[in-house]
Every structure is written in structure tokens, then in C-alpha cells.
Design a protein around this ligand. Sequence first.
Ligand SMILES: *Cc1c(COP(=O)(O)O)cnc(C)c1O
Length: 391
Amino acid sequence: MIRERTEVIRSEDNQESSGRDSGFRSLSPAVWRASTVLFDNIADFTTRKERLFDGYTYGVTGTPTTRVLEDRVAELEGARHCIALPSGQAALCLVALSLLSAGDHMLVADSAYGPLRTFARDYLQRFGITCETFDPEAGSAIAQRLKPHTKAIFLESPGSITMEMQDIPAIVQAARAAGVRTVLDNSWASPLGFRAVPAGVDVVVEAASKLFGGHSDLLLGTVATDDRGLYESFRTTQSVLGQAVSAEDCFLALRGMETLELRYRHQCAAALQVAHALAGHDLVQDVLFPPRPGDRGHARWSASFTVGGCVLSFVPRLPSEAAVHRFFDALQVFRIGASWGGTHSLAAYYPAAEQARRQHCRIDSGIVRLSVGVEPTEDLIADLDQALRNA
Ligand SMILES: *Cc1c(COP(=O)(O)O)cnc(C)c1O
């Protein structure tokens, strides 16, 4: 379906630009750049707003290249609609701004992506929206946290850094009963690991910068939903806020997605091997990775998710912060850096103070987070071992 659409676009392109049908066809989508969108006549122009949701009006809401990406992601998510946005964080903020008004209340998982919690606390609250965090392990007890003016629950499972698994089916059920929207940041699992829209989640956000892009060189986010009304409100908000995405970035995400499943399956299997090696290491206190049997969240993970993730965390058993710094500086295969999901393995550090700032965090130590790439797995395991010993 997507490929047919690509070819139609391509042949029109050939005819328009060269005046002849060269018969050129490619396996890749065309990169269509535009601020201006042309109209055949003034009647089409004056009614252009009617095409905001299904057609093209202005470059800010996308070109045919954007639509190819949006259709591809919607298909993967099992959702009717998708919107591409400039980053995962932009996607989360756009959903919050679309769903919430002054006087509303929102709940966000205490383990959710930090910048989303910051946006809620430092920005949305200034505009009269109250925001509270909830214990990510709460499950159906979330019902007790709902207020008459609660409009949305922001979920992320497993949580960023500390990896708590949420009971998504129980939370979705409680939210539905109360008429509250659920929004899931599904970046860790991706739709290959968990198809959240068919599971009843209202809105699914992906940080496409991570697994979809897959090469640590682009920023992009997606929002998917089955609800036409929500889709229209997200598209309107995108237009009003000017949240444009470049066609080149859409192209790169589409190219990344050609190998998404291959990369993901390999990286998940490698991450599980790394998790097992760390769990048996004498300088490791705790491994946080729900796909590993024995993990605190494993039962919840295996109840809903199919493939694992490529991001895991662990608590090193090292005597001091200085020793942790020596561990990082001794790493040779893992590189130090934020973000994740690319072909290069990365390590990042979250000191104890960051966990202490949270309300519902059961871990009070510094946490090392790893993103497992495509290097030989034995090299990754050996690198962690030598760096721990050198610390
Ligand atoms: C990285 C990340 C985001 C934000 O994505 P960007 O594209 O970097 O803005 C959102 N959620 C999670 C879970 C992430 O890891």
C-alpha cells in the first residue's frame, strides 16, 4: 500500500518536472520539500483548511514524504492515524497541549521520561493544569488517584532509567471506566515489542530518534491513535505550533525502518545476554531489565510484550562516585552519551541524587544505563567486565 503510493508520487514527479514519463521507479520514497503547496484554482485555495487533515495545505503539516512515514508507522502501530513531529519530546508536549486545558488534572508516571515531567511541572502548571506523579507499579490502584477533572494519564513502560513495568491493561481499564485518556510513551518496546493501540491505549508516542532512525543521527517523534477526533486535534495543534518535520529526516527514518526488525531482534537478544552477564558479575548489585527472568517486572513484561528491548540499567557495586567515573572512563566499546537505540552501544550515568528527587523511586543508588548496539556481544560483555575491574 505504501509502496504503491510512493510510485504514484514518483511518476507524477517525473511527468511534471521533465514533461515526459521516463518510467523511472525506485525502491526509496521521493524526498519532497515544500513550504508552499500549490493549488489548481482559487476555489481550492480558499477551501484549503478543509484539507488540513487528509490532504496538503502548507509545508508545516507535511509533504508526501511525511505521509509515507506516517502511514508506515500507523501500519506498524496497528493504528488508523499517525503524525510525525520534530522529536519524541515535541510529540509528548504536543499531545499534552492538545488534551489539557486550565483547570484539568493530569497524572504522569514517576518513572516517565524526565523532560516530560519537567514540562508538566514547570510549564503546564503555570497555565493552570495540575500535574501529579504516580507510582509506576500501582496497577489498578491508579483508580484512587483519579479526580473528577483528571483528563489524561501519561504512561511509560518500562520506565526511563529505573525500568519499572506498569500494568498497562489494568490502567487502561481504570482510565476507560472514568473517561480518562491514556497516553503511552512506547519508545523502549517500539510497536515490534508492544502494539499499544490494539491493546486499548488511546495515544501512542514513539521517540523515532531512537529505534526507528536507528543510527543516532536524526531527531523525530510520532504520535499514533485510532481516534479521528484526537488525530484532528493533534494535527491542528501541530499546525498552530509550527511543529514542522524536514522531509530529509522523514526519509532517513523510513530508511532506518527498512532494517528496524533485523536490528531490533539482534539488539534485544544481545541486551539479554549482557543482562545475564551483569547479573552474574560480582561488581554488579542489581540489573534492571524486565525481559530477564528473575527481574522484578518480568511477569508484567511477559504478559503483554513480545520482543525485549535494547536498553537496560544496572547498579554497580563500586565503593565511590570516583570509582563509577573510573568505570566509565575505562570503557572502550561502549561510548558515553545520551539517547539510545542506534547501532553503536552507549553508556550513560544517573547519579543517586536524580533518583532521590523522584517521589516513588525504590532505588537510591547511582544507575548506569546501557544501550546495546550491533557490535559483537562478547566484546560488549568483555568491555563491561574490564571497565568494572579497572574501576
Ligand atoms: C529519548 C526519549 C524521548 C525523547 O525523544 P527525542 O526524540 O530525543 O526528543 C522520549 N521518551 C523516551 C522514553 C526517550 O527515551
